[in-house]
Design a protein around this ligand. Sequence first.
Ligand SMILES: [Fe+2]
Length: 482
Amino acid sequence: MATARYRESPFLVGHHRPNRMEVDAPDLFIEGELPDDLAGVFYRNGAEPLYPPTDEDYHWFDGDGMVYAFFLGEGRVSLRNRWVRTEKLLLEMKEGRRLFGVHGNPMTTDSKAAGTRYNTANTNVILHGGKLLALMEGAPPVELDPRTLDTLGEEHYGGVITTTFSAHPKVDHGTGELINIGVIARNKGTEPEIRYDIIDSEGRPTKTEFIPVPHQSMMHTFFVTENHVVFPVTPLDVSITRAIAGGPLVAWDPHRPTKLGVMPRTGTAADVRWFEAEPRHMMHEANVWEQDGRLVADVAAADGTALFPDINGHRRSHQETRQSLRRWTIDPGAATDVVREEILNDRDIQFPRPDDRLMTRPSAHAFANSNLHSADGRADGMDSVVRVDTRTGAEDLYHFGDGAAAGELIFAPRVGGTDELDGYALTLMHRAGAAETELVVFDARNLSGGPLARVLIPFAIPSGFHCNYYSVDSPLYRQAMA
Ligand SMILES: [Fe+2]
């Protein structure tokens, strides 16, 4: 029987439409001039279900991971993309159809998938310890060859980390360590716990700690500074009990505050101190650091979310839950446990990012995609990119035009550059129904001046999740490509 077409879903049409093919595309056409000192690799991961989902309610987060690698240098760009061949996808390829329910829901998963882990590896893709790792937060990383993108298998760190792993582990560029959490590590009766890991620059785990949390939340990210780690427990509650009773598995609970657990990086669960903020949806931060004894976290946050229903099953709109760039300040020296919040810039943003080399250390600029005119940023697309000076809130914005869908905007240092803005900013620009996608190159200091170069990809890459750039002179690149 032939493979059926996708069922209707806002995340399978328009600029989200999966391309369903693997490609090697050399020497892409370029409009404008690719700078000579932009040399490295740009990786992007996203969800592209090979087989049509069988559940009615396909979710943006549910498709199979497809990694795109753009190799840049000497004014040229080549592209390769490959599905991450997880055990889940290999089993479905063998059967020639989808076996798993949405998010791996056991109630709607085919019995043939029993014993196989639901790992889509679709959310992020990073270099660390000489390996290219495709990440999702519900399962271990999947290692890929950094050049060919061939799947090499799940990375279990010598058997130490075999359950959940973060899609947003942090690389401390000072120490080379990868700091990680596992959100559904274990649940001993009533008290849920997460797992905290430190992995050294060679990929060896050096510390694992279990941390009790106030409730099981969707902890999509966490914060790391030079000396501290912060576990954000937001009102986005995960409850199997509620799901069994017929309610949503993941739901916004407006009665819960946002709790931030602060712990020394070298500490134990007994050292965690909890701070409290208003109920906030927060899945991504630009950067977090220590300043005058306080912890400063620049985050994309909102008063709710359109991604999931509330505990009563009601779902709010994107316009009602627009995220803005906010600064949270935590003062461990204060008598109170209150987190201070200020809005740095009130644009509708997603995916804020720093110069990654400054992660855990002070930074002054956040790159993000933004939305001027789309009615629903996620479904319609984010039509702009922006850099915000986080000291002043001043913005440098470029609008691609209505109907455009910009991916995550990331900083790409020029070869030999060390300063925060000394380089470029890269994003993928998608358009519904377009035959091409563009990899757009900006001067990091001047987005509003428009692109320096547009790399033309001769097919439509769907909007995806996270990307990372590694310059040829970065230690992470050299370690992986040696
Ligand atoms: Fe993310």
